[in-house]
Write a protein that binds this ligand. Structure first.
Ligand code: SF4
Length: 554
């Protein structure tokens, strides 16, 4: 096993090259903070804010919170202030952060690998009902997200979550975020390899470890042994993708440096095959490179993809092998093209053990506490103790006996959780948007839900896999660049020349082995009100002009 020295803040330099001193790299001996975020991280480890929340802030209330904790370190425990209601999107870029801050928080519960027990889901649902005004969204990173959280309630919320083995540790912040995992790990009939032991080992070693709690920015991870490539591995900082090595058997192909937002990049393969029991070592090596060599001057250049772009895959692998693992990696093959485009596992599918899993689709990931509790009861009532969230804002019930499937499907459908959804419900995702997000310019969740309903009514015979991703601002939380139709929220002019909510349209993005970014169609902007008409026109044109077997690609 590679031993990575403990270099928690401030790190000891490995060597001083001076070459990238201007980028604020620790490995170049540059420890003077170059921006406010680096300063507050140096002043105090984000993990330490938990004690202050429990002993001071939860007792004295919102106004007692140190501003550097409020808008900085709280994230290390999954907490962001939410947007004050009633502030329109035109003011987002104008107002000071404190003018946008509400006294309530968004709270993210990390669910590594998307794995939940019925007991855990019930607790998540109860917390939603008692402390979050019933809110609960399934995110496209397999987390559950609450809103309306009061700081006073955090000690009790942690007590309940941690009582059933859940946590909010490093759910946000410049940290190792939730580790995405195949929702069908360990159960799918077509699985290449089960990555679950690696997820658990990485979590044990890395999450909450002060040696990795001050990264240049967020670090996103994904591990899947499913041939469906079901964790959006292409856009994570590090990803392990199941492959069969011709000599060594099942293992993982290593990808690094993916990410959306500013300068979106598809991750690059390092050409290395990693066996299951070495995944955590390699993960530790890559996250250590990011911590030590990652750029810390500009937040917009602080993701791993920028370092990879400067180094190239060959140098990155060499540094990983020579400085961190202290051994060479085995060369390996690339993953194969998946046989189907849907990667969400929605529907009824047979497991390895002869039972079934049932995947279902809420609208744009929006559920609520009561519904989550009912899902837990339904699953338990049909003999299941396990559920999974997906990276497409969907959910699965596992381990259902054949004679229980029909009844479970009927129960889910009665909760408006579609097991056989339209392509629109299945393929539409939306980020949080202006309802709660301080960076948002436009509304997204309700807009996405009504778009689904409209398209189901207007284009009932459309039967192609299609992805429609809706963001409330130029960030990329709902992955607009890799959708068939990506919608980036912004203010646009309507026919009267008035500024209204709308979207810049990106067309033809994709994940999978044909991964690429959608084309930003110059000048193509639609108002929110025009959105159903616009999408209907695009779909109609595709239906009229497509060649046999052609997938939707605008
Ligand atoms: Fe907020 Fe923008 Fe992310 Fe949507 S894409 S959740 S509006 S930051």
């Amino acid at each position: 096993m590679a031993t990575v020295p403990d270099r928690s803040t401030p790190a000891a330099p490995r060597r001083k090259t001076g070459r990238h001193r201007g980028e604020g790299q620790w490995a170049a001996g540059h420890f003077t903070p170059l921006n406010g975020n680096e300063q507050f991280k140096k002043d105090d480890d984000g993990l330490n804010v938990r004690t202050r929340i429990e002993t001071i802030y939860s007792k004295r209330g919102f106004d007692s919170i140190d501003p550097n904790d409020l808008r900085g370190r709280m994230r290390w425990w999954g907490l962001y202030t939410q947007r004050k209601p009633g502030i329109d999107g035109g003011k987002t870029a104008i107002l000071e952060p404190e003018e946008l801050d509400d006294e309530y928080f968004m709270l993210r519960v990390r669910i590594d690998g998307g794995r939940l027990t019925t007991e855990q889901l019930r607790v998540i649902g109860e917390i939603s009902q008692e402390f979050a005004r019933g809110t609960a969204d399934i995110t496209d990173r397999q987390n559950i997200q609450y809103h309306w959280i009061r700081i006073e309630d955090m000690p009790e919320i942690w007590r309940r979550l941690e009582g059933v083995g859940l946590s909010t540790t490093e759910a946000c912040g410049d940290t190792p975020r939730v580790i995405l995992g195949s929702p069908v790990a360990g159960i799918a009939e077509d699985e290449i390899i089960d990555g679950t032991p690696a997820i658990d080992e990485i979590h044990r070693r890395i999450v909450g470890n002060p040696a990795f709690s001050n990264l240049p920015r967020k670090f996103k991870s994904a591990i899947s042994g499913s041939p469906l490539l079901d964790v959006a591995h292409e856009i994570n900082d590090i990803a392990f993708v199941g492959v069969r090595h011709p000599e060594h058997g099942p293992g993982f192909d290593l990808w690094v440096g993916g990410g959306l937002s500013t300068n979106p990049k598809i991750g690059q393969r390092l050409g290395a095959w990693v066996p299951l029991d070495e995944v955590a070592d390699v993960y530790e090596g890559v996250i250590s490179i990011f911590r030590d060599y990652g750029y810390r001057r500009l937040r917009t250049r602080a993701r791993l993809k920028f370092l990879l772009a400067d180094w190239g895959a060959e140098k990155f692998r060499r540094v990983l092998e020579d400085e961190y693992l202290l051994r060479k990696l085995v060369d390996g093959p690339a993953p194969e093209q998946p046989l189907q485009r849907w990667r969400d596992h929605v529907g009824v599918h047979r497991q390895q053990d002869g039972n079934y899993y049932v995947g279902f689709a809420p609208r744009v990931g929006r559920v609520d506490g009561t519904t989550l509790t009912k899902i837990a009861d339904l699953a338990a009532g049909h003999g299941s103790g396990r559920l999974r969230t997906t990276a497409e804002q969907k959910m699965l019930v596992l381990d259902v006996a054949e004679d229980q499937v029909a009844s479970l499907v009927a129960g889910l459908e009665s909760l408006d959780l579609a097991v056989r959804p339209s392509p629109f419900r299945r393929g539409t995702m939306a980020c949080t948007g202006i309802e709660f997000c301080k960076l948002a310019i436009v509304e997204t969740k309700a807009r996405g839900a009504s778009l689904i309903d409209e398209l189901e009514r207007r284009v009932p015979d459309f039967d192609e896999p299609i992805t429609i991703n809706i963001n409330g601002c130029p960030n990329a939380c709902a992955r607009i660049q890799v959708a068939d139709i990506g919608l980036k929220g912004q203010l646009v002019l309507d026919e009267n020349g008035d500024q209204v909510e709308g979207f810049q349209v990106h067309l033809g993005g994709a994940l999978g082995l044909e991964a690429g970014f959608g084309r930003k169609v110059r000048g193509l902007k639609v108002t929110s009100a025009e959105l159903p008409d616009y999408v209907e026109r695009v779909l109609g044109r595709f239906q009229a002009e497509r060649a046999d077997g052609e997938r939707f690609a605008a």
